[in-house]
Design a protein around this ligand. Sequence first.
Ligand SMILES: Nc1ncnc2c1ncn2[C@@H]1O[C@H](COP(=O)(O)OP(=O)(O)O)[C@@H](O)[C@H]1O
Ligand SMILES: [Mg+2]
Length: 267
Amino acid sequence: MSAPMQGIDRIAPSEGGMRTLAVVALKGGTGKTTVAVNLASRAHAAGLKVVLADMDPQGSSSDWSKSRGGAAPMTLPLKFGSLFPAQNTADNAGVDLMILDTRASSQMDTVAAVKAADLSLIVVRPTVIDLRAIAATVDLLRPLRRQAAFVINQAPCQRTGRDPVMVLEAIELLLRYGLAIAPVGLRGRQIYQTTFSRGTTPAEEDPASAAGAETQRLWDFAAEKLWPAGVRPRPAGRLPHPSFDPRGLAMAGVLSAVVPHGAQAHP
Ligand SMILES: Nc1ncnc2c1ncn2[C@@H]1O[C@H](COP(=O)(O)OP(=O)(O)O)[C@@H](O)[C@H]1O
Ligand SMILES: [Mg+2]
């Protein structure tokens, strides 16, 4: 595997070979590409050698890559049948992480991506339409028995320190599926759209911004799942913490499931 790269502060990517992260949802427009490019950018910033595989013929991830002039992370258009050979090639080439940005309309692609992945993130918006559609994605994934977590995207921002009822209700509903929920999601913010058109990400343009911080925390959560404790020691002061109302999550009993043992629910 790869020699240690500059910027790796805590991940030991050589242990256990390349990891694959799938970003999925059978419904279109939930934010798969937005989550995929932001995580790819954070992983790259952490010093990992990243390939963002664009499995959607619409090519949104590839467009983002073109807008950034092809700068890393590398983006690779990938046809369904090429996934496994591409994984082998990338692993042999010393890639640390392959992120699969999938298309909504294909059950076959989604199953293949989830089977190939160490972790699948199911992106869902806290809207009635998305939440009604999520059952189809869960039904497809559940028999595969792979590590998966929901990511709530485009949640409205908190008001007076509390999440809107629609977000709390979405959490309640998602909990019934018995899968983890990432303790941080992405809020609905225009900066995700404007940075996308520039081929950047909020964290690259302003790491201290709310969007920059939440994408960093989402990456921390994903990295923890991909390189569990022991492989990737957790640095002090970088504990993931929920951007959604922790009281809602704690009441619903999800925090213990998604916040690693010993982490503080209320940092
Ligand atoms: N958190 C967010 N805040 C604002 N806009 C978002 C957010 N996530 C996604 N979008 C916008 O919603 C649209 C669909 O997102 P996209 O990532 O392309 O979804 P998918 O890949 O699931 O089809 C895009 O216009 C995107 O910029
Ligand atoms: Mg997409």
